[in-house]
Ligand binder design. Structure first.
Ligand SMILES: NC(=O)c1ccc[n+]([C@@H]2O[C@H](COP(=O)([O-])OP(=O)(O)OC[C@H]3O[C@@H](n4cnc5c(N)ncnc54)[C@H](OP(=O)(O)O)[C@@H]3O)[C@@H](O)[C@H]2O)c1
Length: 264
């Protein structure tokens, strides 16, 4: 299917690895011009080189910026050209008891997970509205629904994204701009692969056994009962970026393998 994304300019935050990288690859294959973001020149350059190798004729650009550098953000935003599609993907988490989670842990996660998308949307959305076309996507998490006891602060940042996205969608009335939220579940990123491998080593088990016990124990509601591949998340995101998804606005689209349950 032609997603009609050829030539669209896309910024994906946190796209040197994981889900962000897979989204970049999917959109480059559709002929979009993609800005890759990460904190260091080196990692961004490596991701760009990999993408150029994996996708023939890919037009990949860079936006090196650490969203924790709050004082520099306004200067950095001015360097950005017009962007048609903004994917607020960057996300960090702590896995700690609520009582051990410091104010700095909360602030860091809110800054990276929420404020990056707020600042970028504030800067880029007026242009989208003026040109009467655009897409803004917020990448949430199943944790917004599950709120694991060791990830209360992370889950709160993800829940905040749902309100921000819904609020921004209300500013798009009668335009061809849409703002939606995508909810991945447990996804087999490089980080998840490392987690599984380390646990398998410590517990002297096979990786498949560790995965199975994770889904039987911590994600028993999952209908998928396995980690999603990054490409499975990226294909949904690519569709929501497309002009073909024009009637989906202010929505929450789950790619969580059914883990969050319920009917909403
Ligand atoms: N993986 C999952 O199972 C899962 C499940 C549900 C939701 N999610 C959500 O999906 C999104 C992507 O997750 P992921 O697991 O694919 O991530 P990941 O593999 O850990 O990738 C993190 C990316 O974020 C960048 N990054 C980290 N801190 C940054 C900062 N301060 N400023 C700029 N860039 C920064 C990293 O770039 P550098 O290291 O190059 O700087 C890297 O590109 C996140 O919002 C996450 O919460 C993930």
């Amino acid at each position: 299917m032609d997603l009609k994304l050829k030539g669209k300019s896309v910024l994906i935050t946190g796209s040197t690895s994981g889900i962000g990288y897979a989204i970049a690859k999917a959109l480059l294959k559709e002929g979009s011009v993609v800005y890759i973001n990460g904190r260091s020149e080196d990692k961004v350059a490596k991701a760009v080189a990999r993408l150029e190798e994996e996708v023939p004729n890919a037009e990949v650009k860079t936006f090196v910026f650490d969203f924790l550098k709050t004082k520099e953000i306004q200067i950095q935003l001015k360097q950005l050209p017009e962007i048609d599609i903004l994917i607020n993907n960057v996300g960090v988490y702590t896995s700690k008891s609520f009582f051990e989670t410091s104010a700095l842990d909360w602030q860091t996660q809110f800054q990276v997970n929420v404020m990056s998308g707020v600042e970028l949307s504030k800067h880029l959305m007026p242009g989208m509205l003026k040109r009467n076309w655009g897409r803004i996507l917020f990448i949430s998490s199943e944790c917004a629904y599950l709120v694991p006891p060791d990830m209360i602060s992370y889950s709160a940042t993800k829940a905040a994204l749902h309100a921000a996205a819904r609020g921004l969608s209300q500013l798009t009335k009668s335009s061809a701009v849409t703002v939606n939220t995508v909810v991945p579940g447990s996804t087999l990123t490089e980080g998840a692969q490392e987690f599984l491998a380390n646990k398998a080593k410590t517990e002297n088990k096979l990786i498949d056994e560790v995965e199975q016990s994770f889904f039987e124990g911590e994600r028993s509601n999952s209908l998928l009962q396995r980690f999603a591949r990054v490409e499975e998340v990226a294909s949904t995101v690519a569709y929501l970026c497309s002009p073909l998804s024009s009637a989906t606005n202010g929505s929450v689209v789950k790619v969580d393998g059914g883990s969050s349950g319920g009917i909403l």
